[in-house]
Design a protein around this ligand. Structure first.
Ligand code: NAI
Ligand code: NA
Length: 396
C-alpha cells in the first residue's frame, strides 16, 4: 500500500516501514562512523523500539558488537493498517543485526507485567547466560501494577499552583498561552508509580535473583532536568517527582548490586522530539528554540548522537564514570550550557506565531516528528507501494 502520514491530535496514526528501516540504517551508519567502543557485550534494553532505547540498542550492537535483547510494547500491522513505528524499527534492527552476524531477539508486551519479565528472563537464561548492561528506557502513560493490580495513570501537571506560559501547536505554528491547573491528590503517587524507579528495581531484582547479571554489570535509566522555563510543568511538576524517585532508585539498586560489583546509574539526557516529549505542553516550543540555537552553534544532537557519546565518553572510557554532585551522568551538558540557555530564554520572550518560524526551528521540529513515524527521510520513495505486513524475525 501507499502510506502517508495521518495526524490525529498530537500523534501520527500511520507509520512507514521503509522510512523506519532508513532511520535505523542512518543510526547504524552514524555509530559505525564514530569507531569501535570498548563497550558491553550482552545487553538487555527495556524500551528498545524507539527514541533513546532504540539508540541504546543500536549503539551497543553496532558500536561494540553486542548481543541484544529488546523489550517493547508495539502494535503489529494488520492487512491495510500499518503497525506502530517501533514495530518496524525493531524489524529493521533485527534484519541489520543478523546481516552483521549479531545476536538479536525481541520481546513484545507489557514490561511492567510479571509475564513479560518471566519471558525475558527465560530468553536470557537460554541464549545469553548473563547480561552486562541493562538499559531502562520506558516512557509510558500507564502502568498496571503487577502486585496490587492497580492501574496507575501518569499526568503532566504542576504541583501546588496553576502554571501559565507560552506553548506552540507545532503542526500549525500557532503560539498561545496555556494554563495548566495543579495536580490532584493522587496524581503525584500515580505518576511516580508509572515513571519512577519501582519497576526498574523489580527488573534488576528479578535478574539478580536468577543470577542473570554478569559481574561488574551496569544498569542505566534516563532522566531529564531542563531549564527554569519548563520547571513548573516538568522537573518541579508531577513527572519531576517521578524522575526524583528514579534517580533515588539508582542508589538503592547500586547497593543491591554491590556483591557482584555492579552499578546503577541515571543519565540525564537532552530534550529531543520523541513520541513521549511531543505530548508535554510547553516543551515543543522550548525544543524548537533550543534546536535553533544548538544547530547554530554546531552542537545539536539526536538520540543516537547522545547515546553514542554516553557510551564512548562516559560509560566505557575505562576510567571512573564522571557524574554531577547528585551522582548523575550528564549528557545534557551542551543543552544546559549558559550561553545556550541565555539565548533560548531571550528568544522565549520574543516568540509569537509571527516570529517563531524565523527565530525557532519549527521546520526541524516537524521533520523530527515525521521521522519518528518513518516519514520525510531522504532515500525513501514515498510514492511507491510498500509492504506493511513486515514481521519482526525473532517474534513471528
Ligand atoms: P519513547 O516513547 O521514544 O520510547 C519509549 C519506549 O518504551 C518504546 O520502546 C516503547 O515501546 C516502550 N514502552 C512503553 N510502554 C511500555 C510497556 N508497558 N512495556 C514495554 N515497553 C513499553 O520515549 P523516549 O523519549 O525515548 O523516553 C525514554 C526515556 O528517556 C524516558 O525515561 C524519558 O523520560 C527519558 N528522556 C526523554 C527525553 C526526551 O526529550 N524525549 C529527555 C531525557 C530523558
Ligand atoms: Na526509548
Amino acid at each position: 500500500m501507499i502510506i502517508e502520514p495521518r495526524m490525529r491530535g498530537f500523534i501520527c496514526v500511520t507509520s512507514h516501514p521503509d522510512g523506519c528501516a532508513q532511520s535505523v540504517r542512518n543510526q547504524i551508519e552514524y555509530v559505525q562512523s564514530k569507531g569501535e567502543i570498548d563497550g558491553p557485550k550482552k545487553v538487555l534494553v527495556i524500551g528498545a523500539s524507539t527514541g533513546f532505547g532504540l539508540a541504546s540498542r543500536i549503539a551497543a550492537a553496532f558500536g561494540s558488537d553486542a548481543a541484544t535483547i529488546g523489550v517493547f510494547f508495539e502494535k503489529p500491522p494488520v492487512e491495510g493498517k500499518p503497525g506502530s513505528p517501533g514495530w518496524y524499527n525493531s524489524a529493521a534492527f533485527e534484519a541489520e543485526a543478523y546481516q552483521a552476524g549479531l545476536y538479536a531477539k525481541s520481546v513484545n508486551g507489557d514490561a511492567f507485567s510479571n509475564e513479560i519479565k518471566r519471558q525475558t528472563l527465560d530468553l536470557i537464561k537460554a541464549d545469553l547466560g548473563q547480561v552486562d548492561l541493562v538499559i531502562y528506557s520506558l516512557a509510558s502513560p500507564v502502568r498496571l501494577h503487577p502486585v496490587t493490580g492497580v492501574l496507575h495513570r501518569s499526568v503532566l501537571k504542576p504541583i501546588g499552583a496553576t502554571y501559565t506560559n507560552k506553548t506552540v501547536d507545532f503542526h500549525t505554528g500557532v503560539v498561545t498561552d496555556i494554563s495548566i491547573a495543579p495536580c490532584q491528590d493522587d496524581d503525584i503517587a500515580n505518576t511516580v508509580a508509572v515513571m519512577g524507579g519501582e519497576d526498574w528495581a523489580m527488573w534488576i531484582d528479578a535478574l539478580k535473583a536468577e543470577n542473570l547479571l554478569a559481574p561488574g554489570v551496569k544498569t542505566v535509566a534516563y532522566s531529564y532536568i531542563g531549564p527554569s522555563l519548563t520547571e513548573a510543568v516538568y522537573r518541579k511538576g508531577t513527572i519531576g517527582r517521578a524522575k526524583d524517585h528514579l534517580e533515588a532508585s539508582a542508589f538503592s539498586i547500586s547497593d543491591s548490586l554491590k556483591s557482584i560489583d555492579g552499578q546503577a546509574l541515571v543519565s540525564v539526557n537532552k530534550a529531543l522530539v520523541t513520541q513521549a516529549s511531543s505530548a508535554i505542553p510547553v516543551i515543543p516550543l522550548y525544543i524548537s528554540l533550543l534546536y535553533k540555537i544548538m544547530k547554530e552553534k554546531g552542537i545539536h544532537e539526536g538520540c543516537i548522537e547522545q547515546i553514542q557519546r554516553l557510551y564512548q565518553d562516559r560509560l566505557y572510557t575505562g576510567e571512573a564514570i564522571p557524574t554531577d554532585d547528585k551522582g548523575r551522568i550528564r549528557i545534557d551538558d551542551w543543552e544546559m550550557r549558559d550561553d545556550v540557555q541565555e539565548q533560548v530564554a531571550a528568544l522565549w520572550q520574543q516568540a509569537t506565531t509571527e516570529s517563531l518560524a524565523e527565530i525557532g526551528d519549527l521546520e526541524g521540529y516537524r521533520k523530527d516528528f515525521l521521522n519518528l513515524f518513518g516519514f520525510d527521510f531522504a532515500g525513501v520513495d514515498y510514492k511507491a507501494d510498500s509492504d506493511e505486513m513486515i514481521d519482526i524475525p525473532s517474534i513471528s
